[in-house]
Design a protein around this ligand. Structure first.
Ligand SMILES: NC(=O)c1ccc[n+]([C@@H]2O[C@H](COP(=O)([O-])OP(=O)(O)OC[C@H]3O[C@@H](n4cnc5c(N)ncnc54)[C@H](OP(=O)(O)O)[C@@H]3O)[C@@H](O)[C@H]2O)c1
Length: 381
């Protein structure tokens, strides 16, 4: 192995470490990117690691530099994202790097934000040795941020629990519970880290869910969102009975909104955000709903916990970024039982939508599979 190859290997390992550290920010830092950093001194010893901890708080690079002090002088900074050049709620990270006398900076991925990018060039022109590495874990770490900056849309994670023969529920709509208690705890943890949880009226009528994070430490409170074209949500629905626990948006058709003014007034009076959506080819545009969630409610992440109808709509519009699938060791053996999604009729297997497997974990007797969808940009933590 040459010295250059060995250096590349060490660089990749230290960026892996920085990316693992950055994951700690999930649910705390969005809409900011998750970022992790590792500092190495002139002898090659790791002298510190830090991550971006809280939205509006100091960036990972500044936290690292503060914690390492003079030990980083002439040393190397590993960072999953290009250091920022702009004065936002905190001063530019490039300034802190120059003041700290760091010699070398290794970057896992470039900053997609036009207001903050350019840090690599700035540091290079100041005489630092700057390496930009195509580092997959760093890209996955900033995928949510990159997606929102480049598309204006939140990152959509479709989550479902299915039987071994690929069914979401029995033919009568019974689905509680397919996955194990341990799998469901993980879902509650995920609910406590996203900005919104999206479902359809079919699931509300069948399961009467609350869609709150009740198990595990909650890092943020997700807005519950229901696609309910005809405003059929029952008055005693658990979602309406728990408005004090988390906000609720109901997306309906503009014709229902205009045709049921009393219902709209009643819901809005109770504190529900009632959102009329105009029809696009006879359906409600889920893209318009996501634009509303991003633009009005500042949502970066949306967890979908719906049945086949809404999941099919989101897939048809190409809006799903990631799938989180719990496969339980149950066979229903009923061709009429509920499938994972509807609305597609490919003629051949090659015409089906394909996904990229990112990880597999066993949880009791369930298997959790995580897939990258449509953008192929990775998975969130
Ligand atoms: N195993 C699991 O993980 C899991 C999770 C959640 C739910 N479920 C099960 O799924 C079943 C419910 O499935 P579902 O398909 O009825 O419920 P759903 O997907 O939650 O909601 C379907 C509703 O949303 C509407 N909708 C979807 N996309 C739309 C669009 N673009 N424009 C307008 N309306 C749209 C549908 O209208 P149209 O009828 O006009 O299409 C339908 O009324 C229940 O049995 C529940 O237990 C299982």
């Amino acid at each position: 192995m040459t010295i250059a190859q060995a250096t590349m290997e060490v660089d990749a390992l230290l960026l892996d470490r920085a990316a693992r550290r950055g994951l700690r920010g999930h649910g705390h830092v969005e809409p900011n990117p998750m970022v992790g950093c590792v500092g190495v001194d002139t002898e090659g010893h790791v002298v510190g690691e830090r991550h971006h901890r809280i939205v509006g708080g100091p960036h990972a690079e500044r936290l690292l530099i503060e914690s390492c002090g003079h030990r980083l002088r002439n040393g190397t900074l590993y960072t999953t994202l290009e250091p920022c050049t702009h004065q936002g709620r905190t001063p530019p990270c490039t300034e802190a790097i120059l003041e700290a006398g760091i010699r070398r900076v290794v970057i896992g991925c470039l900053d997609p934000n036009p207001e903050a990018c350019g840090g690599a060039d700035l540091l290079r022109s100041a005489g630092l040795d700057v390496e930009i590495i195509e580092h997959q874990p760093s890209q996955a770490l900033s995928a949510i941020f990159r997606h929102r900056v480049t598309t204006g849309l939140p990152w959509v994670i479709a989550k479902w629990a299915q039987t071994l023969d690929g069914r979401l529920a029995t033919r009568s709509g019974h689905s509680q519970w397919i996955s194990s208690a341990r799998s469901r705890r993980l879902v509650h943890r995920q609910r406590g880290r996203v900005d919104a949880i999206l479902t359809g009226i079919g699931t509300v009528l069948a399961d009467d869910p609350r869609l709150t994070a009740r198990d595990g430490r909650r890092r943020r409170t997700a807005r519950r969102v229901v696609v309910d074209p005809d405003l059929r949500i029952p008055r005693d629905a658990a979602l309406l009975q728990t408005l004090g626990d988390a906000p609720l948006t109901i997306a309906c058709s503009d014709s229902s909104h205009a045709g049921k003014p009393d219902r709209v007034t009643e819901l809005a009076g109770a504190g529900v955000d009632v959102l009329p959506l105009p029809p696009v080819e006879g359906r409600l545009s889920m893209a318009n709903l996501l634009v509303h969630l991003s633009g009005v409610h500042n949502c970066s992440t949306v967890l979908v916990e719906s049945g086949p109808g809404l999941f099919g709509s989101l897939m048809q519009e190409g809006l799903v970024n990631e799938a989180m699938v719990f496969v339980a060791p149950i066979l229903l053996g009923d061709g009429e039982a509920m499938p994972v999604l509807t609305g597609f009729a490919p003629g051949t297997i090659a015409d089906g939508d394909s996904m990229t497997l990112r990880s597999m974990h066993r949880r009791d007797d369930d298997v959790l599979l995580r897939y990258g969808v449509s953008t192929g940009a990775g998975t969130s933590p």
